[in-house]
Ligand binder design. Structure first.
Ligand code: AFP
Length: 322
């Protein structure tokens, strides 16, 4: 079994970036342990606090955020971090070459039901000479990412990682604490019969998405002429991992449920890293009107619509939006 550093060195990945990725993974190993402890660790349930998203913070949200923030800022590899659980960016080493945006525990509403959760991270180059306290250093389109990945805390702990040379899976060997390569060059099948969407929002979707999903549900009695299956894990990391493993289309579209919040998923630390992983595996990641990784961000907690997965199925969905 091949270990992470040699695999990335062969890809020509700068040693400093490999060390930064290994720093993220050092925190994720501890998170894997804590999440795996569940009720035994006393970290389930919610705090009395809300994050800037207006969401009640789970105890594990706070713990995992602190773990990642501390280890990254102490490493010296990071000029600044942005986190779902931090109202503002946090400055690091002014001489560092990278910035990291992360969702420390995506799907945290699943923690109390022992379902899938994960850590999502996005790494970009820090603009030369930039002020680490200046949040505008994060205002870069997703195509600028130099690395992106997630760690999925499931029956096994799996890292999906790309540095621009394809998407690979590594599985955590919990005995030795190492991530071992278990899938070289994941490929998203171009066709699929499986879709993932929170169908309870159906009446709030735009007509294009209502029509597209209706035709999937109509199956072989409708215009698609074949039946489809649905899955919804309510944790993007779990749904995207399924798409990377066996294809599918995952979407959290624009909806009118909350006029102040037409979109749910965050661009910097959910949509962009997942879009890079999916594109590196041959899939497509769009908002419905534009490629996710082309978006020029204007706020660190900016939200976007997401439609990603199997190339031909995403293109079919996009054809309803024209
Ligand atoms: P939480 O981290 O608050 O559980 O939200 C997870 C998430 O951001 C994303 O991972 C899921 O795909 C999506 O929200 C689930 O949203 P619904 O709860 O509306 O289905």
């Amino acid at each position: 079994m091949r270990r992470l550093p040699p695999v990335l060195l062969e890809d020509g990945c700068p040693r400093e970036l490999i060390s930064l990725i290994r720093t993220v993974l050092a925190a994720c190993k501890e998170i894997s342990f804590r999440v795996g402890q569940g009720a035994l660790s006393g970290v389930l349930g919610s705090t009395l606090d809300e994050n800037i998203q207006g969401e009640t913070q789970k105890k594990l949200d706070v713990l995992t955020n602190q773990l990642l923030k501390d280890i990254l800022l102490e490493s010296g590899y990071v000029k600044a971090i942005a986190s779902e659980e931090e109202d503002f960016t946090v400055a690091g080493n002014p001489d560092a070459n990278y910035i990291v945006a992360f969702d420390p525990l995506d799907g945290s509403s699943n923690t109390d039901i022992n379902s899938l959760v994960g850590t999502i991270f996005s790494i970009m180059a820090a603009p030369e000479g930039a002020d680490p306290a200046d949040p505008s250093i994060f205002m870069q389109p997703g195509k600028n990412q130099v690395a992106a990945g997630y760690v999925l805390y499931g029956p096994s702990t799996v890292l999906a990682l790309t540095t621009g040379k394809g998407t690979r899976f590594f599985t955590l060997d919990k005995t030795h604490g190492t991530f071992l390569l278990t899938q070289d060059f994941a490929t998203v099948p171009e066709e699929t019969s499986e879709f993932a969407i929170n169908a309870s929002n159906q009446r709030h979707w735009q007509p294009a998405m209502q029509n597209y999903i209706n035709d999937l549900i109509a199956g072989d009695t409708g215009p698609r002429g074949r039946n489809f299956n649905m899955r919804w894990i309510a944790a993007m990391v779990g749904d995207v991992h399924r798409v990377l493993c066996r294809g599918g289309i995952f979407t959290y579209p624009t909806d009118t449920k909350d006029p102040n919040k037409p979109n749910k998923l965050r661009l910097l630390y959910e949509a962009n890293p997942m879009a890079m992983l999916i594109e590196q595996a041959g899939g497509i990641a769009s908002t419905g009107t534009e490629r996710i990784m082309d978006i020029q961000p204007d706020a660190i907690h900016q939200r976007v619509a997401v439609i990603l997965g199997s190339k031909n199925e995403v293109e079919t969905c996009l054809s309803y939006h024209k």
